[in-house]
Ligand binder design. Structure first.
Ligand SMILES: Nc1nc2c(c(=O)[nH]1)N[C@H]1C(S)=C(S)[C@@H](COP(=O)(O)OP(=O)(O)OC[C@H]3O[C@@H](n4cnc5c(=O)[nH]c(N)nc54)[C@H](O)[C@@H]3O)O[C@H]1N2
Ligand SMILES: Nc1nc2c(c(=O)[nH]1)N[C@H]1C(S)=C(S)[C@@H](COP(=O)(O)OP(=O)(O)OC[C@H]3O[C@@H](n4cnc5c(=O)[nH]c(N)nc54)[C@H](O)[C@@H]3O)O[C@H]1N2
Ligand code: SF4
Ligand SMILES: [Mo]
Length: 569
């Protein structure tokens, strides 16, 4: 018998940044032999960066947690999964009954956006806890953009992205896609695409207070005073009106409030704002003319335009420029992706919807309004420190390291030590998780299936890709969706021994019945039964992916559109 296991080639989407590159992995004996870019990937065409190749090291890292840890007498000790959940069941429900749901805060971080199990099941956990104290990494970097598009286009994730492969003019503010490969703009190999744009005669203009890597490859780089983008953007919009360059074209019938915008920018002539942003007035006017004159152009702003005093206004003005120059929803302009699944903006009747609402609740201490149901991360420390009804007494952190990633981490670290109880679902013992009482290790990305919920909605090209788990999970280690569901069961009083598959079936059936309107009418009821029967061979995230694909814009609608897509099996 040979001891040499055959080498197999498998494919997986890289979960380490928003670019979502397709990887090709050679596997033998449940070990990764090599990782490279997948040439035949329909979206990333073989592109890979050094981080992608490091997935092997992440998986093999001896420091990555594989067993739950419980803190006993100030020291972490390894525990079984049953012991860890029992400890949580002993300590969490009494806090919920004594102080109510809001006493248990949750914080969810970046990697969750790439882990369908965490992203899909986090709302189930938050609902089971009954907490309004939900904090996320999005509030550290991108909420201004989501607020702006929510108010402008009706959905938090309706972010128009530059159609870089057809554009011939790009104005980039406060972003460094040469390094990041795009953010709220999924664009693997920005470098190659930028080069191609310039090779076909197009131009890239970068506005950044720093000579960034992206500025270095642009045709023009303008330094700006940090935080002054709002003045530049107002000056650009002013110029469009002033020089009669506004061309709405076919967008005219979708635009309201044009007069209010014109009146609003009246006082912000380039001559007045130039010194504020460190530009000269002629450069601002020239930039507005270039943008208006280009047939296929897009304006794109990212972190630098979000994390500043007027972040929301800047984010809105970026798309105001796209609209006023007729470049929104145009080939080669700023376009809306049409994701195959999970995109709210592809459901329902076009042109109608509830829009977004903000400020339904405010944070207890500073009165910060919620957006998308989330409160600013910077409010977490004060919610723990400040006594009174509704004080945060416990925390569940999920794939998040706010002690390192949020401002004033030292204050937060001290606040975490005041908690009565803390649980982390995380793969490392680090600045944040060391404050926890119980750490539940999530799976290595290579042990997890992958389908992008979020990034298809920001992609420069539509695509739908699914990856099977590449490596087998260690025996008795639950997938992350089951970890969150078991926590939800504990919070709801169902107990740590809950049958998670059965609990998942119940919750999923509830979702399907709600989405088909089954409670209200019997025809919809039998439709819901048929859908549930058609999906009964699946469970967990797979079942939700199939449901979302089949009811999505390209889906088979459970037989109504026989050519539509279904789960590949
Ligand atoms: N100084 C500084 N601060 C910053 C930024 C900066 O550039 N500089 N950037 C800001 C930005 S843009 C953002 S988005 C935030 C990000 O803020 P966070 O989301 O808090 O930071 P990350 O480092 O992405 O979080 C990683 C956490 O998830 C864990 N983790 C990694 N993979 C997995 C997994 O598969 N499963 C589980 N369960 N856990 C996992 C890690 O161990 C770590 O604890 O930081 C912001 N803060
Ligand atoms: N290699 C790598 N890639 C990543 C990440 C990573 O950690 N490493 N993180 C990922 C994450 S979570 C995110 S959110 C994205 C971020 O992706 P990007 O937004 O593309 O990247 P940043 O490096 O944050 O670029 C922000 C730029 O804004 C500039 N800037 C700062 N202040 C101002 C200002 O006031 N005005 C203007 N106009 N510019 C300003 C900075 O100089 C910087 O060049 O990257 C993602 N990709
Ligand atoms: S660019 Fe991002 S998605 Fe692509 S290989 Fe690098 S880390 Fe992974
Ligand atoms: Mo970010």
């Amino acid at each position: 018998m040979s001891t040499q296991a055959a080498e197999t080639t498998v494919h997986r989407i890289c979960p380490l940044c928003e670019a979502c590159c397709g990887l090709e992995l050679k596997i033998s004996n449940n070990e990764v032999i090599s990782i490279r870019g997948h040439e035949a990937d329909v979206f990333s065409h073989g592109y890979i960066c050094p981080k992608g190749a490091s997935l092997k090291d992440l998986h093999n890292d001896p420091d990555r947690l594989r067993k739950p840890l419980i803190k006993r007498n100030g020291k972490f000790v390894e525990a079984s999964w049953a012991e860890a959940f029992a400890e949580i069941e002993r300590r969490l429900p009494p806090l919920l009954s004594a102080h109510g749901g809001d006493a248990v805060a949750t914080v969810i971080g970046n990697p969750a956006a790439h882990k369908i199990g965490l992203l899909m099941y986090f709302p189930r956990l938050a609902k089971a806890l009954g907490t309004h104290n939900i904090f996320s990494a999005s509030t550290l970097d991108q909420m201004p953009k989501q607020l702006a598009v929510g108010l402008m286009f009706g959905n938090w994730l309706s972010v128009p992205v530059p159609d870089i492969e057809r554009a011939d003019f790009l104005l980039i503010l406060g972003a460094n896609p040469m390094v990041s490969n795009g953010s709220l703009w999924t664009v693997p190999d920005f470098r190659g695409k930028a080069k191609a744009l310039r090779a076909r005669g197009g131009r890239i203009v970068v506005v950044d207070p720093r000579r960034s890597e992206t500025a270095a490859v642009a045709d023009e780089h303008h330094f700006i005073r940090p935080g002054a983008d709002v003045f530049l953007l107002l000056g650009l919009v002013h110029t469009l009106f002033d020089e009669k360059l506004v061309r709405l074209g076919r967008l005219a019938e979708h635009v309201v409030g044009l007069g209010a915008v014109e009146a609003g920018v009246k006082d912000f002539s380039p001559e007045r704002v130039a010194a504020r942003c460190g530009f000269d007035a002629q450069t601002i006017r020239q930039l507005a003319r270039q943008l208006a004159g280009a047939e296929r152009a897009a304006v794109y702003g990212r972190i630098g335009t979000c994390t500043q005093e007027y972040g929301t206004l800047c984010s809105w003005l970026v798309d105001v420029l796209n609209v006023l120059t007729g470049h929104l929803d145009q080939e080669g302009g700023a376009m809306f992706p049409k994701a195959a699944a999970f995109a709210v903006n592809t459901l329902g009747q076009p042109g109608s919807g509830k829009g977004v609402t903000t400020g339904r609740r405010k944070s207890r201490v500073s009165g910060a309004p919620e957006i998308m149901g989330e409160l600013p991360m910077i409010c977490l420390a004060e919610e723990i420190e400040t006594p009174g009804a509704g004080q945060v007494k416990a925390l569940i952190s999920i794939a998040s390291n706010p002690v390192l990633s949020s401002p004033n981490g030292e204050r937060l670290a001290a606040a975490l030590d005041q908690l009565d109880f803390m649980v982390s679902v995380d793969i490392y013992l680090n600045e944040t998780t060391r404050h926890a009482d119980v750490i539940l290790p999530g799976s290595s990305p290579l042990e997890d299936l992958h389908y992008d919920i979020v990034f298809q909605q920001f992609s420069h090209r539509n695509h739908a890709r699914y990856s099977e788990p590449v490596l087998a999970r260690e025996a008795d280690t639950p997938p992350e969706w089951q970890i969150l569901l078991r926590l939800a069961a504990i919070a709801q009083g169902k107990g740590a021994q809950v049958d998670v598959d059965k609990f998942d079936d119940e919750l999923f059936a509830g979702d399907v019945r709600r989405s088909t309107g089954a409670q209200a009418d019997s025809q919809a009821g039998s439709q819901a039964d048929a859908v549930l029967a058609a999906l009964s061979h699946l469970s967990g995230p797979e079942r939700q992916i199939d449901f979302a694909l089949r009811t999505g814009p390209y889906g088979d609608r459970f037989g109504q559109k026989p050519d539509g897509i279904i789960w590949p099996r």
